[in-house]
Design a protein around this ligand. Structure first.
Ligand code: SAM
Length: 341
């Protein structure tokens, strides 16, 4: 008898449609807001999910209604032969499941390896990329990321465009006293290069646990700073589970602005995301303080149905919202680079 699967839903009725898969906890950058201090401890190879394991669990997630998979990290392009896993996952785009089908396979990267590899990723079946870019000034870029490679990242953006990995999104984490004076310049960059420029509020997810509320530049202030140079109008579509509020230029200029304000304007009520870390732990929220070892379940020899039951039971434990703004807030022990941003 054929089983018709229900889509994944948490105990608050939110449909889970979006899976972020971290391919590695290693990174070649040392962004001060993420992984500031020297060599971090990384998971031993035997604890990391193999490509075969990632393919297997992603197939199950797609059967359960996951429509978007975003590969991330650490720096996902440090994982050997990333095109292989892209090719394996891209197959799920054509396999229609009772609960829907995968229609978006994306990658978040620092862009360093894109100049040589963007086309190969496209050929393997990747739909689009999000590239981090925290400054347009060489010295500030170096200070924020720990590496002097702004030109290489800009080349990476150009390579992604040439390979049609679009719509291309550019992520900048805005931190007071570092790059807040560049907000309008980034907007100009979006217009010039016809990309979606997304501004992210600094979240308490840095491995150094040095986040301070006074470093956060609010989404509201970011918008004001852009509008001093370029008036904006909201994009007239329902936001749905999108992390960003989307705006376009009032004068019809190219490009788009996205403002992601999880600290000052939380959007947990519409969250459709879960995460799988490189060592196979399900995280139901960026700020979860507990993880659920899908790796151990898969490696214990559990049947496919048992794995499905496990995933469904974990999703039911998804937190109602984050508690950044409350007195008892506990920062997760793992930073964004381990969780998979
Ligand atoms: N290495 C890839 C990259 O640089 O895009 C993917 C992983 S990175 C952890 C994913 C995203 O998380 C990046 O856009 C990064 O800027 C963002 N991020 C990391 N730490 C953050 C923090 N404390 N607050 C806000 N965003 C953060």
């Amino acid at each position: 008898m054929e089983v018709t699967r229900q889509i994944l839903r948490d105990s608050y009725g939110r449909a889970i449609r979006d899976l972020r898969v971290s391919l590695t906890d290693r990174c070649n950058f040392r962004c001060f807001y993420c992984l500031p201090h020297g060599e971090p401890p990384i998971a031993p190879k035997e604890k990391m999910l193999s490509y075969e394991e990632i393919e297997y669990v992603c197939e199950i997630f797609v059967e359960l209604g996951i429509e978007k998979i975003r590969l991330t990290g650490g720096e996902p392009m440090l994982r050997k032969d990333i095109e292989t896993i892209v090719r394996k996952l891209a197959k799920f785009k054509s396999s229609l499941q009772p609960a829907g089908h995968l229609h978006d396979l994306a990658l978040t990267t620092n862009g360093y390896f894109l100049p040589e590899r963007a086309q190969a990723l496209k050929d393997a079946g990747l739909d689009r990329v999000t590239i981090s870019l925290d400054s347009l000034k060489r010295d500030v870029f170096k200070r924020m990321t720990g590496v002097d490679v702004l030109d290489k990242v800009l080349e990476g953006i150009a390579a992604a465009k040439a390979a049609h990995l679009d719509p291309i999104k550019i992520n900048a984490v805005i931190v007071r006293g570092h790059n807040d004076d560049e907000v309008a310049d980034f907007a100009e960059f979006a217009r010039e290069h016809d990309v979606k420029m997304r501004f992210i509020e600094f979240m308490p997810l840095d491995s150094g646990h040095e986040w301070s509320r006074s470093d956060v530049v609010s989404g509201k202030e970011i918008r004001q700073r852009i509008e001093e140079r370029f008036p904006l109008v909201p994009v007239n579509v329902a936001r749905g589970s999108d992390t960003s509020s989307r705006l376009v230029f009032a004068d019809g200029g190219r490009g788009e602005i996205g403002i992601i304000a999880p600290v000052t304007e939380p959007f947990c009520g519409a969250c459709s995301r879960i995460r799988l870390t490189a060592d196979g732990q399900i995280r139901t929220c960026l700020f979860s303080t507990v993880e659920h070892s899908l790796r151990d379940v898969v490696r214990s020899g559990a049947s496919r149905l048992e794995i499905i039951d496990y995933i469904e039971s974990v999703v039911l434990k998804k937190e109602p919202r984050h508690f950044i703004n409350e007195p008892g807030f506990v920062t997760p022990s793992r930073s964004m680079s381990f969780i998979g941003g």
